[in-house]
Design a protein around this ligand. Structure first.
Ligand code: GLN
Length: 248
């Protein structure tokens, strides 16, 4: 009887130990990235159904440096900041622009890339510059800086929001909007993939992309900034960006 009790006690102890070890490992070692994989070349779903792109590769390089396992959560762009602030993702890489409004909810790492808001129109459009946007219907991706600027500058009635840039571009092709305001690199991808569209040769706003991290996670912010600095210094970031954005 005594022996049986000992065996049960030992088994229980072992189970608890394994559980703790297992749980600890899972929490400490996973680095969860939130993104919206409709933003090529920064993030998109590749032919194998995997999330690929500049942000996915930079996140992987950071995870490798920190000796952590990267997990990517794909969600709506407009949910990313809330998910990050609430801790359901550890960091956001989504071609995300640093803005004062977002800084009220999250912290940002050092910047790793630049974006420019540009205007996509049909090839035969009468819109030639930013000045022609007044009174036109503008397509945007909900919650993006392009969406916010256009709503501020031209009024909500003139802005139609879509769940992704690709859907906004579809709406442009169908004549439901007169133009799309979106970041330059995805714009180039969408124009290449669709006939009859062009990007106007006028820049709307230039912005910095950075990694968003919860305000109460200074430890991760520091680690990510250190890793980013190393990856910039050794040329990894440039290499990743050049792979997806060949020099013109
Ligand atoms: N750079 C823009 C922003 O931060 C768009 C990003 C995106 O659509 N993924 O709002």
């Amino acid at each position: 009887m005594k022996t049986l009790k000992k065996i049960i006690a030992a088994t229980l102890a072992l189970c608890m130990l394994l559980c703790f070890a297992g749980c600890g490992e899972k929490d400490d070692n996973k680095l969860i990235m939130g993104t919206n994989a409709t933003f090529p070349p920064y993030e998109f779903v590749d032919d194998n159904g995997e999330i690929a792109g500049i942000d996915a590769e930079i996140a992987q390089a950071i995870a490798d440096k920190l000796d952590m396992e990267l997990e990517i959560n794909d969600m709506e762009f407009e949910s990313l900041i809330t998910a990050c602030a609430g801790g359901s993702v550890d960091m956001v890489l989504a071609g995300m622009t640093v803005s004062d409004e977002r800084k009220e909810s999250v912290n940002f790492s050092e910047s790793y890339a630049t974006g420019v808001q540009v205007i996509i129109v049909k090839e035969d459009s009468e819109i030639a510059t930013v000045d022609d946007l007044d009174g036109k219907t503008i397509g945007t991706q909900t919650g993006t800086t392009g969406d916010i600027y256009c709503t501020d500058d031209y009024g909500q009635d003139f802005v139609k929001q879509y769940a992704s840039g690709a859907l906004a571009v579809e709406a442009l092709k169908n004549g439901q909007v007169d133009c799309v305001v979106i970041d330059n690199e995805p714009a180039k991808n969408f124009v290449k993939a669709n006939e009859g569209l062009k990007i106007l040769d006028t820049e709307y706003v230039t912005e910095d992309y950075a990694i968003a991290i919860a305000k109460d996670n200074d430890e991760l912010l520091k680690k990510v900034n250190d890793a980013l600095a190393e990856l910039k210094a050794d040329g990894t970031i440039d290499k990743i960006i050049n792979k997806y954005i060949p020099a013109e």
